[in-house]
Design a protein around this ligand. Structure first.
Ligand code: ADP
Ligand code: MG
Ligand code: MG
Length: 914
């Protein structure tokens, strides 16, 4: 027997289940699951994603067995419903719905009411006793099908509809009569044939296969391709097709349709959150054409129409019951679609609901407390990249705000930017580095690229479940939706608020996605606080993860922020930032421009106390946690003035001639400073600079040990080492200074001398380098530059094109290139541990805060990652995900490492003072 291509669901039984998302797509798998657990789901069948893959493999031809399987399953649906597809008296109508493994807004729109033609419409009239409903359904079908399947410009038919309303002297669709709709169906079909040169298909079988092919065809449309790219969805997954018997929410006032979340997707509150519309079909709720109403009384606001709880109380009660069943069954917050036909409730979809980071955390924590899930599951429920939202700033409560409008708080965050009105404008402005707010009447899948590029999104129409709201929450973008206070004028490139304020393209506004406030101008923001559910979750995260997380921090202030975000040390303290401070740059320049060692030493003596003060401050903030200090790295040239008048000013204060100074500046100029006189090469040529820095570090440590009883193990890091000898020489110098300082202070202080691995040669010879190094820190920014042979500062001109054209999957400066740079890191770790068993290894490039890179770092057994303070929680969570994924990788490491590790735990106290 060949593969099974079609899976049936109906009347409590289903061929598939929720585990089969790969084969049936998310929608199909969950329709099957809901059917099996006894929920009221209209019968139907799912054509598998495998068919989609085969379809493309075979030049858009179906597997030969498919047609028979579809016919067989259609017959099953007919039998169950007591109706026949295409029958004149008792016709079955179906919807055709796409459904990939992951929900994909870029896919084909659903086609409803399929199976209607001039004959079957009579059967619907006879059955429903409602001619107007029947022709309304028919014309909707013709509109949808011609647009989605036949590729007809939908404005063509909308124009005919407008003309009809004009002729009848009415404004609303609801004011048109049965015969109006009937005439429109005729007119629509005539127009379609005129424009496209082919008739509208009458035969329901043709309609069905047309729709199925359109779904599979949409897998390769531009929108879907863009969406897949943005969300890292592989093209070979394919989509499934769901064919399902129709139920009607638009047959009168005992009918309705709605969408709901089993908990609030914005706050995470354990509260049944939904919107519905009486007498409406399918997309009406999310399309923003009519403003939907809350399903329950409690969330009622002034001016809302009655809730479903009041209008359809029995259905509401039943839905509340289903909410509980779904949560207990899936053990997660669900996003559901339902329709009520003549007082009977049907479930049309469920899936795990998109949520804000705040909601994700609250739901995960509360579900543990409710006994639904365990801590590990809770930790996996929050995506590390999502935390970014929470760590984002909010509006400064003390700032002055000029409120101009209020909408729905659709997705939190606070952002400012210039107003633009199209997705393309948003994208091109963002490419130029401008911050923009995309303002739309409502958004659609065509706007995804613009939503991605914008800081935030503001829409005039649509509810909390509108396209804009759902997509923005998924992206972690700030969004204010359904802002009825504004009137958007695309042609005039402006919007007007209720109070008459005109906001033009290019004007700056601020959005608060947590309150729905829209303000004029840029409102200042304040940093996020980490507490409550967030710290509960992070407590579990810290219990689970193996890898440590440190921060890159250069000042006591950054060190404090890092600790507040849970950093367990500083992985990279860059000393050059201290050299730039206004009060010391003069001394630094004096040092650089000195003509001999004596002159340099004199200047360095002025810098020494300041550097010592820096380290005292940082050590105090870190309260004994490890601090890795990198000795001076950038080329000296960077510290010198470039502009004519700055050079003149410096010459005056230094009492040298402008000419001399210019010569010096020229002399220090380099063609490739990135590969030039920097890092340990400075230490080799001007040893007194590193000597001063080591002295400052050691004096600060000794003073705190002696006077305040601190336990500190400073980690002195020598950058840009390529050959072992460089390190050997510099280390010997540093050890001499350290010993000398300790002798002067009369205390013993443990310290480590290590190196950055940021050149391929260092990674390749890491076993030899490790003999001289007590720790390694992979400087993956430079290692990426030197491995690829590209300069990050110049890469902006071509790297985006590489990513766009798929030559590179990701920007290697954002996500570690695992196959190339990552392989060098892996090699460096292995060789390093051969050269010095148990050597402590970490990473301090920007990759330390990128979740995918963190997970890779765990897999190759790094002891820690270090990243910017604000990304520390992201890295902690990613590290926990990594442990849950890999287990403790070091348990399987070579014997020698094991011994070393169990003896010394994570902070191995190898010292140089032997
Ligand atoms: P999407 O993937 O965009 O959510 P859906 O396939 O869920 O698309 O369908 C869009 C709308 O059509 C939804 O509101 C859904 O409830 C409605 N719908 C789909 N199938 C049926 C059906 N068999 N009967 C009634 N409404 C349906
Ligand atoms: Mg849906
Ligand atoms: Mg570097």
């Amino acid at each position: 027997m060949g593969a099974k291509y079609v899976y049936f669901f109906g009347a409590g039984k289903a061929d598939g289940n929720a585990q089969m998302k790969e084969l049936l797509g998310g929608k199909g798998a969950n329709l099957a699951e809901m059917t099996s657990i006894g929920l009221p789901v209209p019968a139907g069948f799912t054509i598998t994603t495998e068919v989609c893959t085969e379809y493309y493999k075979n030049n858009r031809n179906y597997p030969p067995a498919l047609a028979a399987e579809v016919a067989e399953n259609l017959a099953k649906v007919e039998a169950l419903m007591g109706k026949k597809f295409g029958d004149a008296a008792n016709p079955l109508l179906v919807s055709v719905r796409s459904g990939a493994r992951a929900s994909m807004p870029g896919m084909m729109d659903t086609i409803l009411n399929l199976g209607l033609n001039d004959t079957t419409v009579q059967g619907i009239i006879a059955q429903s006793g409602d001619e107007r409903f029947a022709y309304d359904a028919y014309r909707r079908f013709v509109q949808m099908y011609s647009d989605v399947v036949m590729g007809m410009d939908k404005h063509e038919l909308e124009h005919l509809l407008e003309k009809k309303k004009e002729a009848r002297g009415v404004h609303l669709d609801t004011e048109l009569t049965a015969s109006d709709w009937k005439e429109l169906v005729l007119a629509f079909k005539a127009r379609i044939e005129d424009v496209l040169g082919v008739p509208f298909p009458e035969d329901p079988k043709d309609q069905l296969w047309g729709a199925i092919s359109a779904v599979f065809g949409s897998w390769m449309n531009q929108r879907a391709i863009t969406y897949r790219k943005l969300n890292n969805i592989p093209a070979d997954w394919g989509t499934a097709v769901n064919v399902q018997s129709m139920v009607f929410g638009n047959m009168g006032n005992d009918c309705a349709t709605g969408v709901a979340f089993t908990r609030d997707p914005s706050t995470g509150e354990n509260y049944f959150y939904g919107e519905y519309l009486v007498n409406a079909q399918g997309e009406d709720v999310v399309a923003g054409i009519r403003t939907p109403q809350p399903i329950n009384r409690a969330k009622h606001k002034e001016g809302d129409l009655p809730s479903m709880e009041e209008v359809l109380p029995e259905c509401y009660e039943q839905l509340v019951g289903i909410r509980d069943i779904l949560e207990r069954h899936y053990k997660d917050m669900q996003d559901i679609e339902f329709t009520i036909e003549k007082g009977i409730l049907y479930m049309l979809q469920c899936r795990s609901g998109k949520r804000t980071a705040k909601a994700a955390i609250k739901i995960a924590v509360e579900m543990v407390q409710e006994g639904l899930i365990d801590e590990r599951t809770a930790v996996l429920r929050v995506a590390p990249s999502q935390l970014d939202q929470l760590l984002h700033p909010s509006l400064d409560p003390n700032a002055e705000k000029k409120m101009i409008a209020k909408g729905l708080p659709a997705s939190p965050g606070a952002v400012s930017g210039e107003v633009v009105f199209t997705a393309d404008e948003a994208e091109s402005a963002a490419k130029l580095g401008q911050k923009v707010i995309l303002v739309r009447v409502e958004t659609s899948p065509e706007d995804i690229h613009g939503m991605h590029a914008a800081q935030g999104i503001l829409t005039a129409r649509g509810g909390m479940t509108s396209h804009a709201a759902v997509v923005a929450r998924g992206m972690g973008k700030c969004c204010v939706a359904g802002c009825g206070d504004i009137k958007v004028d695309y042609r005039g490139e402006a919007f007007v608020t209720k109070d008459g304020t005109v906001v033009k393209k290019g004007d700056v506004i601020t959005l608060d996605g947590s309150t729905g406030d829209v303000m004029l101008g840029a409102v200042p923001t304040v940093a996020a606080a980490v507490s409550g559910d967030f710290s509960t979750l992070m407590g579990w995260v810290d219990k689970i993860r193996r890898m440590k997380v440190r921060a890159n921090a250069d000042t006591p202030h950054d060190a404090r922020v890092a600790r507040e975000f849970g950093a367990e040390g500083i992985g990279l303290c860059r000393t050059e930032h201290m050299f730039f401070e206004a009060d010391r740059i003069a001394a630094v320049r004096e040092m650089i421009l000195a003509s001999d060692t004596e002159g340099r030493k004199k200047a360095l003596a002025k810098i020494l106390p300041m550097q010592k003060g820096d380290f005292l401050g940082i050590f105090k903030e870190m309260k004994g946690l490890p601090v890795t200090i990198r000795l001076l790295d950038p080329p000296l040239h960077e510290f010198l003035p470039q502009a004519e008048k700055d050079i003149e000013a410096l010459a005056a204060t230094m009492n040298v001639s402008v000419q001399t100074l210019k010569h010096k500046v020229e002399f220090l100029h380099e063609f490739n400073p990135m590969l030039g006189h920097r890092g340990c090469r400075l230490g080799v040529t001007f040893p007194e600079i590193y000597d001063m820095q080591v002295q400052a570090i050691m004096e600060a440590a000794c003073q705190l040990v002696k006077e305040e009883g601190y336990e500190i193990v400073p980690e002195i890091m020598i950058p840009l080492v390529a050959v072992t000898k460089e390190l050997a020489v510099l280390r010997a110098n540093a050890v001499a200074i350290c010993e000398d300082v300790q002798a002067r202070y009369g205390v013993k202080v443990k310290y480590l001398i290590g190196t950055m691995i940021e050149l391929p040669r260092a990674a390749i010879t890491a076993d030899q380098i490790a003999v001289e190094a007590e720790f390694f820190s992979f400087g993956t920014n430079d290692l990426t530059q030197t491995t690829f042979g590209l300069s990050r500062d110049d890469a902006g001109k071509f790297l985006p094109a590489y990513v766009e054209n798929g030559i590179l999957e990701d920007d290697p400066f954002v996500t570690l290139d695992q196959n190339g740079v990552g392989a060098l890191v892996r090699l460096g770790v292995e060789k390093g541990r051969q050269g010095r068993p148990g050597i402590k290894v970490g990473i301090c490039g920007e990759h330390g805060g990128d979740p995918a890179s963190v997970i890779f770092c765990d897999s190759i057994g790094l002891d820690y990652v270090s990243c910017s303070p604000f990304r520390v929680p992201i890295a902690r969570l990613a590290a926990a995900h990594a442990t849950l994924k890999h287990g403790n990788v070091l348990k399987t490491a070579p014997e020698s490492c094991n011994k070393e590790r169990s003896a010394g735990s994570t902070t191995i106290g190898l010292t140089a003072s032997v």
